[in-house]
Design a protein around this ligand. Structure first.
Ligand code: SAH
Length: 216
């Protein structure tokens, strides 16, 4: 996939994984490998490329942000993605998170409401040859029915309440990872696991995401 290994940011990327991600307790070897592989600098503007491996979110266009690398890794680990899994990401943004998920999953559908972001992300993902990933411009709070059910759903925007469509589109055994709480304050990173008609919920840590816009 990402023909990334020989880029000039490689050393920074490996140091990022060691210090920011392994250093904070993410230990799933497949997630660590994915974080080592995806060239994060390709998903930000040229002016910010040298900041791409720093320990914080960065601005992208349309007033949105690319999440802190540690949070991307934490969400991917919580979603426990298997190599044949079908994954839905809500909030493509730069496409970076989609690339990390694409390294782990069988297929990824990523939904973004801003056309400009969706097009830019689709372009970079195609350049990096993530053939298992599709970007759709739509309201992701409704999920994406044509690809359902999903083994994992990862939402990278903050919701006050969990949209019911996302739960409905989870496969039996499926995992939903979503920041839940007031968009104007911090949220709790939450993992919902579906077993038959039952769901269980587990809270991880406080996080801060841009709001999930619910249009319908
Ligand atoms: N995963 C991204 C970070 C995205 S920031 C990355 O790796 O860069 C959250 C994104 O969610 C923003 O781009 C925002 O436009 C998008 N978003 C917010 N509400 C949405 C909705 N209802 N449907 C689809 N995308 C949404």
């Amino acid at each position: 996939m990402a023909a990334a290994a020989d880029d000039r940011h490689r050393d920074r990327r490996l140091a990022m994984v060691r210090r920011q991600i392994e250093g904070r307790g993410v230990c799933d070897p497949r997630v660590l490998e994915a974080m080592k592989s995806v060239p994060r600098h390709r998903f930000v503007s040229r002016a910010l490329a040298s900041d791409a491996y720093k320990d914080h979110p960065l601005p992208i266009s349309s007033g949105q942000t690319i999440s802190q690398p540690y949070i991307v890794a934490l969400m991917a680990e919580a979603a426990a993605i298997g190599s044949c899994d079908r994954v839905l990401e809500v909030g493509t943004g730069s496409g970076y998170g989609a690339a990390v998920l694409a390294e782990l999953a069988g297929s990824v559908v990523s939904v973004e409401r801003h056309r400009k972001l969706a097009d830019a992300a689709a372009r970079v993902l195609a350049e990096l040859e993530y053939a298992n990933t599709t970007v759709v411009c739509a309201d992701g709070s409704q999920g994406y029915l044509p690809g359902a059910p999903y083994d994992a759903v990862v939402v990278t925007a903050a919701a006050s309440n969990i949209p019911s469509a996302l739960l409905d589109q989870l496969a039996d055994g499926g995992r939903l990872v979503i920041p839940v709480g007031s968009p104007s304050r911090s949220q709790n990173l939450t993992l919902i696991t579906r077993t038959g008609d039952k769901t269980t919920s587990q809270r991880f840590c406080p996080v801060r995401f841009v709001p999930l816009v619910e249009e319908s």
